[in-house]
Design a protein. Structure first.
Ligand code: ZN
Length: 150
């Protein structure tokens, strides 16, 4: 087992203290809210989708360090991507935080998201780490009338 301090690596703590893209977006074209009842994490994700690209993305909310840091890193990583690219990154991230280390995707493909690899050893934290991604997914799917409960 990793030490708990491995989970709270410095980058995660930095993003928790000073989250990136942490603000509302009055002219967002998409918006979704997410809630993780297990931990009490709440998040609203805002998007500006143009030419099938995520031109702007931001979030607001409150929650634990993992949920906030994950949302912060996510907004950095998905900005400029197409919804399809963001979706495939979500799949990789989900594998990262749910699979044992030997089955996790290549760290090179994950960039800064790789700091969350320790989450896989703390199953109760998986929902914290993926909340922002589920909420982003809801925002991207909103036009099709799909609602998720995450
Ligand atoms: Zn949490």
């Amino acid at each position: 087992m990793s030490e708990l301090s491995d989970l709270y690596q410095e980058l995660i703590l930095d993003h928790n203290r000073q989250p990136h893209n942490f603000h509302g977006m009055p002219d967002a074209t998409r918006k979704a809210e997410g809630y993780n009842p297990l931990c009490g994490d709440q998040i609203t994700v805002y998007l500006k989708l143009d030419n099938n690209r995520i031109q702007e993305v931001s979030f607001e909310g409150k929650g634990c360090a993992i949920s906030k840091a994950s949302a912060s890193v996510m907004t950095d990583e998905v900005k400029g991507k197409t919804p399809l690219e963001a979706g495939s990154l979500f799949e990789k991230f989900r594998e990262l935080v749910t699979q044992p280390k030997e089955d996790q995707p290549d760290k090179d493909e994950l960039g800064r998201l790789a700091v969350f690899s320790g989450v896989s050893e703390f199953p109760a934290r998986v929902k914290c780490a993926t909340l922002a991604w589920h909420t982003l997914h809801s925002a991207l799917e909103a036009q099709k009338g799909v609602t998720t409960t995450e």
